[in-house]
Design a binder for this molecule. Structure first.
Ligand code: PLP
Length: 387
């Protein structure tokens, strides 16, 4: 679609929940004169692990790095296949390719439930399949019991892209803690935002040890340990990466973690408000009605008629309402078309043509929900041939 016309933004898609607490956390780090991988990072990891009920949490510089390390630490290698959704951010599939492995795309359950369909996953399991990387779309937990059972039956690893789902849960378990490893993103628009940051959680000691090693060049000791005299020398055990998080972002993450529960509750309340306001609006379908578990409500995603979607987005932007599309299916992107081959994912493709994400963030005013819905109704009506 063409670029949105410039104009003032009245209601953004997402906004930070930042105040003096974040400013104080950054000041504290600056005063400490230690900027990377130190006490704030260690505390953030411990607090995040405790919040999720995971044995290990390993902070990294972004969610894509968390996915890459999780796949590597789980032993994914060139020649392997990893089943992923196509209705996801491209990073999910990119991380698989960064390991030299091949992402195999599977469809979502339905136009109601936009997470991996266990039956479609099963059809795509082949001799090279090593793992399944499930993504909790919009913060709504995937069908984890069915996916876990499939993985057990076929000897596959289950990994989770929980970028949308910090604080989401199913059957008393936190999203990100069902499989061998769970990966989180702390990008600016996420429920827990630090700018750029991520976290890998796992209960498996070997995965945690390997992820820690690979996060920092495969080194046996950190700069902080050497600086503080706890280590004099280092060795590189593997060829690793620099995927470290710094102290400033770890300190921001600790404050944001403290706000996560209230933020997710507020998102849930606003989503319920949207749902009521959108009920009966011609041409609009709101998915995840009666969804299982507790969502983190990262997105307010709806379906509108495909032929009206882009013009409606542009019209909303002219009225100062920012929207987005989550997502253009990965197998339709230029970098993936050849690799994906003839794959046809009818539900994912339909959602890709019809999806529209409306503004949702904890600081969104309740009146704004009504305004967005009124604007959406008017813009849709104006786009219709008879409108
Ligand atoms: C579903 C999903 N996976 C992975 C990522 C990658 O995270 P990051 O941008 O922190 O690398 C994102 C976020 O952008 C995401 O939404």
């Amino acid at each position: 679609m063409s670029a949105p016309e410039p104009g003032p933004l009245r209601i953004p898609l997402a906004d930070l929940d930042y105040d003096q607490a974040e400013a104080a956390a950054v000041q504290r780090v600056l005063a400490s004169r230690w900027l990377t991988m130190g006490p704030e990072t260690a505390a953030f990891e411990a607090e995040f692990a405790a919040r999720l009920g995971a044995r290990h949490a390993i902070s990294v510089c972004n969610g894509t790095a968390a996915l890459h390390l999780a796949l590597l630490a789980a032993g994914i290698q060139p020649g392997d296949e990893v089943i992923v959704p196509a209705l996801t951010f491209v990073a999910t599939a990119n991380a698989v390719r960064a390991c030299g492995a091949r992402p195999v795309f599977a469809d979502v359950c339905s136009l109601e439930e936009w997470t991996l369909d266990p039956a479609d996953v099963q059809r795509r399991i082949g001799p090279r399949t090593r793992a399944l990387l499930a993504m909790h779309y919009g913060g709504f937990p995937c069908r984890m019991p069915e996916l876990l059972a499939l993985c057990r039956a076929h000897g596959l690893l289950l990994l989770e892209d929980a970028a949308h789902a910090p604080g989401a849960s199913l059957d008393g378990r936190q999203a990100g803690t069902f499989g061998a490893a769970g990966c989180f993103s702390f990008f600016s628009n996420k429920n827990l935002a630090v700018g750029e940051g991520g976290m890998l959680v796992t209960d498996q000691d070997e995965i945690a040890a390997r992820a820690r090693l690979l996060r920092s060049h495969g080194l046996t000791s950190s700069t902080s340990e050497r600086h503080h005299g706890r280590a004099l020398d280092y060795d590189a055990l593997e060829v690793g990466y620099n995927y470290r998080l710094d102290e400033l972002r770890a300190a921001l993450g600790r404050v944001q973690l403290g706000k996560l529960e209230a933020g997710n509750r507020r998102r849930a309340a606003l989503s319920a408000l949207y749902r009521r306001a959108l009920a009966g609006l011609e041409g609009v379908h709101v998915p995840f009605t009666g969804a299982r578990g507790t969502s983190a409500h990262h997105l307010m995603a709806v379906l509108v008629p495909a032929e009206l979607r882009d013009a409606t987005r542009a019209a909303l932007r002219r009225r100062g309402v920012q929207t987005s599309v989550h997502y253009r299916p990965v197998h339709t992107l230029s970098a993936y078309r050849a690799l994906a081959g003839e794959v046809h994912l009818p539900r994912t493709e339909e959602i890709g043509r019809r999806e529209l994400s409306l503004p949702l963030f904890p600081g969104l005013a309740e009146e704004s929900v009504g305004e967005v819905v009124d604007d959406l109704a008017e813009c849709l009506r104006a786009q219709r041939p008879s409108g």
